[in-house]
Design a protein. Sequence first.
Length: 489
Amino acid sequence: MKLRRSEYRGNEAANNYVVFPGFPPIENRVRFIGPLKGSWYEMGLQYGAQAGDLIRWVFDGWWINAKEIVGTFGRLHVIEDLHRYEESVFYFKPPLIDFLKGIANGASDQLCLSPYTDQCTHYEKILLINVCTSLIWNHPPLFRHTKDGAARINDKNIKGDVCTSLRQKQDGCSHFAVVGERGGAEGGKTFHAHSRETEFCPWNYNVFFVAVPQEVGAKPWWTLAMAGQLSGNMVGNTSGLSIGSSAGAIPPMGETPLNERAFGVPISCFRACAAAYANSLSEAVNLLMVGTENYRKSTHRETLLRDFGNNVLFADKNECLVIETTACRYGIRKPGENGEAGNSIVATNHQCCMESFDENNTRRDTPMTCFGDELSNPTSATRYWSLMWMIKNHFGMIDESLIMNRFMGAHIFHDKKGGTHDTYDLDPFGTIPAHNAGATVCRHFAGFPDPFMGGSNDVKLFSLNDNMVYFVQGRPCEWHGPWDYINLV
C-alpha cells in the first residue's frame, strides 16, 4: 500500500473558503489516517485517535447546524431520534456499532474540548455526524415511527414550512462509471469517478482511510469521508467493487405512499458495510435492496428501510448500474436505458426510473421520477447530461488524465441534445458563468462573484483494474499539480 502526495501545495483557494466563526481554516489536503487494522472497535479507536481534532470541528459544525431543530423540538427529542437510527444500524450490521463506539472513545480527549460537549455523550456525537443529513436536511424530528416502521408527521399542527426553514442549500453530487471493453475507456479499463458537492464547513474537515477488518469474510476497503463518518460518498474495496452515492429523491411530506422518509439505515453505514463485506456488484446491490439476513429476521421486513432518498451507483469490473431510492422504495437503472453509451452510467440528483419496487419488494407502476425529475432539478440535469455527452464524445479515449482534467473540472455544461454552454441564467444574478450557477460538474455554489461557501469539495477517481485511488480536496479547478493517490496493493 503506497500513498503519494502531490509535490504541489494543492488547493490554495481553500484560504478563501467560508467557515463558521471561531473555526480553524480548512486545510487544502485530506488527512490520511491508518491503515486501520484489527476488530471494528479497534479500527474505530485508531480512527478517533488520529483524527480527533477534525472530528471535534465536524461535530461542533453539525451542532451549530442543528440548533434550530434543537431549539424547536428539544435536545432530548433529538437525542432520542439519534438512537432510532442506531437501532436500524444494529439490526443491519452490529459490528458497525462497535466501529462508532471506537471512534467516540478514540476521539474522547478532543471531544471533551467542544463547547457543546455536555449536550450529549461522545458516542451520540459520532451518531450525529453519521446521520446529520438525515436528521437536519431530510428528516427533521417532527417525524415519529409508526407500527410499520416508516416515519409519519406526529403533529398535524406543525406546518410543512417548518421543514423548509430547516433545510440547507441543496446538495449535489455527480458521478459516473465506465466499465470494461464496452465502457469507453482506453484499453478497456474500468473507472468510477465521484464529485461530492456541499457546504465547505464542516464538510471539508476530511480524512482518507483504508480499513482492514480482522474478520473472516471482510476485506480491505477505502473511503474519503468527513471526519467521524463511517464512510464518505464513495467507497471501494480490493475485490474491485466501487460504490458512490448522491442525494436523491426528496419525497413531499404527504401521506403514504409518497411520504417515504424513515429512521432507517443511514447511507454512511450502508456504504461501509457493503465495501467491507460485498465481493461483487450483485452482493452490494442486494444489501441496499433487502438488507442482511439478520436485518430481515429482526425487523420482519422484506426490504431494507433506509433513511431518505439516495441515487447509488455500483460498479465492478464487469457491470455497473444505479439504484434510485427513497426510504421504502427503489428503482433500478442499467446502462442503455436512458441513452447511455456502451457499458457506462451516470448519476446526479434527480430520478430517471419509470417504475419502482415497494417495501414488500413488489414491482409497481409508481415512477421514481414522481419524487423529482430533471425539470424539478435543472442543475442536476445539466451535470447529468454533461457527463453523458463527455463519455459519448470521448468514447474509446477515456483515461485518468481526461477524467481528472476535463470531466471533473469542467466549467461548461452540455444540454440534453449535446449543445455546449458556458453561461447560465440564474435569478437574481442574471446571466453568469455556468460554474457560478452550480450548473457544471465542477460546481460552485450559486453566486456572483463567488461566495466561496461550497460546491465540489472533494473528488475521487477509482481505477478498478489497477487498485488505484486518486483524490483531491476542494474544487478540482483550483487544484495545482497531480492529484494525490494511493495504491491499494
